[in-house]
Structure formats: structure tokens, C-alpha cells
Design a protein around this ligand. Structure first.
Ligand code: SAH
Length: 223
């Protein structure tokens, strides 16, 4: 009997966790990065809940996108300086020899510098590779990617791994990226889970609207 009620309680807790995760996730994808920063600052426990939910989702995928970025960096010189925007638990930094600046809202690891990714404490043109691995969450995409442009050296690499279903119009997105000062170097659209896009910085972001720069919110289904 007590075994059964423990199992029932565990199942209810799972459900509640799932529901809170989906709610938070929706907040993150439908607000700006500044809103996300306020949310997490006000309630750090929220962040840990978010991460448990995130882990549960990504575990179902055949491959973790961050592993693709690890493989990519291992093929390139370890002297390249990397900035990981929305680093989560710092798997990337822990898996490569490069110097990696890790940015997130709340520190899951001592390596993390806590900040809003739209405003990172790095000098202009100071990094070789900027990474957004499932981290383009705020609605202020132009501002966030503008910040990546600012910290990247000319010719530096921008890597984006993002949930495939978020792209409404990939061509329009890539075209908007050229306005933000990024040329497409390679794109892997073969996975139905996530796209992997590699860009090179061609120059500073040009001001003005970039209408194609849109991603759908990533809303997880209830399971
Ligand atoms: N890149 C990691 C984590 C992805 S989850 C991985 O691939 O495993 C997305 C991460 O972005 C979360 O850790 C979340 O806290 C962070 N994030 C969301 N909005 C942010 C913001 N405005 N500034 C900094 N980090 C943010």
C-alpha cells in the first residue's frame, strides 16, 4: 500500500514539475532576455526547476546539440577564445581545451558569469567563437545577436544550434543574419530535432529592422 502511494506521489510530482517547466519555458520564449533576467533574479529556484525540465526534454533526443559544438571546436585550434551564451551547466567549457567565457542567468557551475546575454562583460572584438546552443530564447533576438557581433573579432565564428521547429522561414532568417553582419558558412538542417548553423562575422551589425529574424517559441507538449 505505502509503495503504491509513494509511486502515486512521485507521479504527481513529475506532472507538477512538467507543468511548471512548460509554463516557465513559455515565459522565456515569449518575453525579452531582460524579462528572463528579472524572472530568474526574483526566484532562483525557478531556474533550477527550468533546468531539470530542460534536461528531461533533451535526454529524449538522439544527440545533444552541445556535443556537436564540442566536436566542432575539437577540430579547430584550442587557442580560439569562445563565448558560450546561455551556457547552462557548462558542458561545453568542460569538454574542450579552449578558454570559454560562460554566461547564464544563474550559476549552475562556478564557471558561470551571471548576466543577461544581451549585455555580456566582454570587450568588443575579443572572442573568436560565439555559441548559442538552444539559447536564443528571448524575443529581442536582434539585440542578443548584436551583442555576439560586438564581442566577436572580424571573421570570427558564430555557432547557433536551435530547435528545428522554431524556424518559420529559414531563408529569411539567414538573410536577416547578413544584415546583422553574419555570412552563412555552413548549415546542417538534416536533423528533425535541431538545426546547426555556422556563420562568420563580416562586419558590424547594420542598424534598422531585420524582419526575417524570427523564431517561433519552443513550446513543449504535455506528455
Ligand atoms: N547551452 C546549454 C543550455 C541550454 S538551455 C546546453 O546546450 O545544454 C538555455 C540556457 O539559456 C539556460 O541555461 C537559460 O538559463 C539560459 N538563458 C536564457 N535566457 C538567458 C538570458 N537572457 N541571459 C543569459 N542566459 C539565458
Amino acid at each position: 500500500r505505502s509503495g503504491r502511494s509513494a509511486a502515486l506521489r512521485a507521479r504527481m510530482e513529475e506532472r507538477l514539475l512538467g507543468a511548471r517547466f512548460r509554463y516557465l519555458n513559455q515565459q522565456l520564449y515569449t518575453g525579452s532576455s531582460q524579462d528572463a533576467a528579472r524572472l530568474f533574479r526574483a526566484d532562483p529556484a525557478t531556474f533550477h526547476l527550468y533546468h531539470r525540465g530542460f534536461e528531461r526534454q533533451v535526454r529524449r533526443w538522439p544527440e545533444r546539440p552541445v556535443q556537436r559544438i564540442v566536436r566542432y571546436l575539437r577540430r579547430r585550434p584550442a587557442s580560439l577564445v569562445v563565448a558560450d551564451f546561455g551556457c547552462g551547466d557548462c558542458t561545453l567549457a568542460a569538454s574542450v581545451r579552449n578558454q570559454v567565457h560562460c554566461f547564464d542567468l544563474v550559476p549552475l557551475s562556478p564557471r558561470v558569469t551571471v548576466c543577461d546575454m544581451a549585455k555580456v562583460p566582454l570587450a568588443a572584438e575579443s572572442v573568436d567563437v560565439a555559441v548559442f546552443c538552444l539559447a536564443l530564447m528571448g524575443t529581442n533576438l536582434q539585440e542578443i545577436l548584436g551583442e555576439a557581433n560586438r564581442v566577436l573579432k572580424l571573421g570570427g565564428t558564430l555557432m547557433v544550434a536551435e530547435v528545428a521547429s522554431r524556424f518559420e522561414d529559414t531563408r529569411a532568417f539567414l538573410k536577416a543574419m547578413t544584415q546583422l553582419g553574419f555570412r552563412t558558412v555552413s548549415k546542417d538542417l538534416s536533423s528533425s530535432y535541431f538545426y546547426l548553423l555556422e556563420f562568420a562575422k563580416t562586419g558590424p551589425a547594420r542598424p534598422g529592422p531585420a524582419p526575417g529574424l524570427r523564431l517561433r517559441p519552443c513550446l513543449y507538449k504535455r506528455r
